[in-house]
Ligand binder design. Sequence first.
Ligand code: DAK
Length: 260
Amino acid sequence: MSYENIRFEVEGAVATLTFDRPKALNALNPDTLREVLRCLRDARRQSVLRAIVLTGAGDKAFVAGADIAAMSTMSVLEAREMARLGQRVTTAIEDLPMPVIAAVNGFALGGGLEMVMACDLVIASERARFGQPEINLGIIPGFGGTQRLARRVGAPRAREMIYGGEMIDAETAYRWGLVNRVVKPGDLLGEARRLAATLAAKPAVALAQAKHAIQRGLDVDLENGLRLEAEAFAVTFSTDDRREGMEAFLGKRPARFTGR
Ligand code: DAK
């Protein structure tokens, strides 16, 4: 499948999706969002794919937010369409059965940070910067930022970022729990792909169920979360990989997982 604003490369069980509009610091316009959506739908159907890395082209930006030039001329109806598109992308990332790792190479602002927060794990270059600068444009986050940022870093820090519109650096993002690891810029993609390959080798159904239980559990109370977990746990008992994992342990040999 060919794209104009993104690249999608597959190597073994790991795919890399790159936002690729470096002249606009990879800002998201409606066409880019449509391409990402199409690409994720296609990725979902590729059973060999077990992990995805999300990154930005060039050495300056992951995604510098929604495309302000495109946004500046939008009607109310077009803005609603844009919001729905962006929210469908973040939901599509969260609903994928495989883990998605954001490799944040530079600015992750506005809609860019909202994409990052839909990912399962985040690795940041020391040069990465994170922010929700919408307030400076007279708007507020519209792809889930008010909800996901508060869930990730807590309401006080989310308020500070969303009300003030200032950026935080990678080290602060790490301390605040927005980022799993901070690495040297030159190590970023290698590190993200290595982690993706490690996760790709895990039992796929168990990983998908863990993702589902964590993701859905964030939005329910503990009692319902535990119910969700029990259901997800039960699903893993129907798999070949569960049998293989336990037999391998008891037989003192390495497990050979097939994803079934
Ligand atoms: N959109 C369009 N072009 C952008 C851009 C953006 N977000 N960010 C940068 N560019 C372009 C610049 O215009 C410039 O283009 P040329 O002048 O070279 O043609 C080029 O990228 C390089 O940028 P700078 O020259 O500004 O580079 P600097 O290193 O000086 O600064 C910067 C980098 C990232 C600090 C700066 O570019 C910046 O502040 N960019 C804007 C950040 C921002 O405010 N992003 C938008 C956040 S708002 C919605 C739901 C959600 C959203 C929208 C709608 N609906 C509900 C409808 C989301 C909104 C947002 O994301």
